[in-house]
Write a protein that binds this ligand. Structure first.
Ligand SMILES: NC(=O)c1ccc[n+]([C@@H]2O[C@H](COP(=O)([O-])OP(=O)(O)OC[C@H]3O[C@@H](n4cnc5c(N)ncnc54)[C@H](OP(=O)(O)O)[C@@H]3O)[C@@H](O)[C@H]2O)c1
Length: 309
């Protein structure tokens, strides 16, 4: 099968577009999926560069990307909750920018029926991350104030909508060209991080969803929390001691595969409570360009690679 792979850690130059890779066979508790779409995420280039090698050592050659939409083509031993032909979406550490992938059933669910293949690949990783950060870690509820960094990105565009769905007051950062989108998604206040130091205009928030990272930024994000508030970092290590010293909390989240949560998310999409923001769906031959665009850091919402064309 065709697959976008790399044989060594490194920059975009290690990506190989025209690889002929073996079709993966599903093991116990896994399904094989004929991939339609592969979602592009920053974790793709962070893994490829070797930045996450200590946590996720890859078996090389590795196939690029961790989320997919597609059709189940084979069931592994013990799988009873899905059938061949089901249209699904989810997470796979096997790599998804390929004709086929395999995934554990814990990371797979039926895709929202209101969304086409391959577009549903824009949902699993970013939306699960936003959901887990806001609800599983921060326990966000109605009436609270939440501050969302990089609100125009994959995680941010879902986080705005999920927080509004929960009844929170939402403040987000983005460059000026994306302010209209943030407002449309429900953001109550929008800050241009290029012209305004957010820590000078925001205060007393209950929750910070911190995706920009770095020590200086963590300190600023902590400063805008009210006592007892929580900073949820998805980028750099959380500033636990500094938070405790100020009577606040800090936590780090690494998104976990959760099939039941993917079903909740599919229902939210079907019920029009949230909508994926898709920057572009590009053909497989442009998969390397999509990786580079993601690494440049200014995708609006999500990029999806249509591996069928
Ligand atoms: N721990 C986890 O489980 C987990 C899961 C998912 C993502 N992440 C991490 O979370 C981060 C965000 O992920 P993502 O998928 O949302 O990324 P993304 O979609 O690539 O983010 C792109 C967005 O970031 C905005 N941006 C860039 N620099 C910014 C800054 N200094 N301040 C505010 N906004 C800025 C851009 O907006 P403008 O064009 O308006 O500048 C752009 O829309 C990444 O570091 C990623 O690795 C972690």
């Amino acid at each position: 099968m065709k697959a976008l792979r790399f044989h060594q850690y490194g920059g975009p130059e290690v990506l190989r577009f025209d690889e002929d890779a073996p079709v993966p066979e599903p093991g116990d508790g896994q399904v094989q999926v004929k991939v339609s779409g592969a979602g592009v995420n920053p974790v793709d280039w962070k893994l490829r560069q070797g930045y996450l090698e200590g946590f996720f050592p890859l078996e090389l050659p590795a196939t690029v990307a961790w989320e997919f939409s597609g059709t189940i083509s084979k069931l592994g031993p013990g799988v009873t909750q899905f059938a061949v032909g089901d249209e699904v979406y989810g997470h796979s550490h096997y790599g998804t920018t390929a004709e086929y992938t395999v995934a554990s059933v814990e990371g797979v669910a039926l895709k929202p029926f209101s969304m086409d293949l391959p577009d549903a690949a824009a949902i699993p990783l970013a939306c699960s991350t936003a959901y887990q950060a806001l609800f599983d870690v921060a326990n966000l509820h109605a009436g609270q104030r939440v501050f969302i960094q990089a609100a125009a990105g994959g995680v941010g565009t879902y986080a705005i909508q999920l927080a509004k769905w929960a009844g929170a007051y939402v403040i987000g950062t983005a460059s000026a060209k994306n302010h209209h989108l943030l407002k449309e998604l429900g953001c109550d206040e929008v800050i241009d991080y290029r012209t305004t130091a957010y820590e000078t205009v925001v205060k007393d928030v209950d929750v910070v969803l911190e995706s920009v990272g770095g020590d200086e930024n963590m300190a600023k994000s902590l400063s805008i929390l009210k006592p007892g508030g929580i900073l949820v970092s998805i980028s750099s290590p959380e500033p636990t001691e500094a938070a405790e010293a100020q009577g606040k909390r800090a936590a780090y989240l690494f998104m976990k595969q959760n099939s039941a949560q993917l079903t909740i998310i599919a229902n939210l999409v079907q019920d029009l409570k949230i909508r994926p923001v898709i920057d572009a769906v590009v053909p497989y031959r442009e998969a390397i360009d999509a990786q580079n665009e993601c690494q440049a850091g200014h995708v609006v919402g999500k990029l999806v690679v249509d591996v069928r064309r």
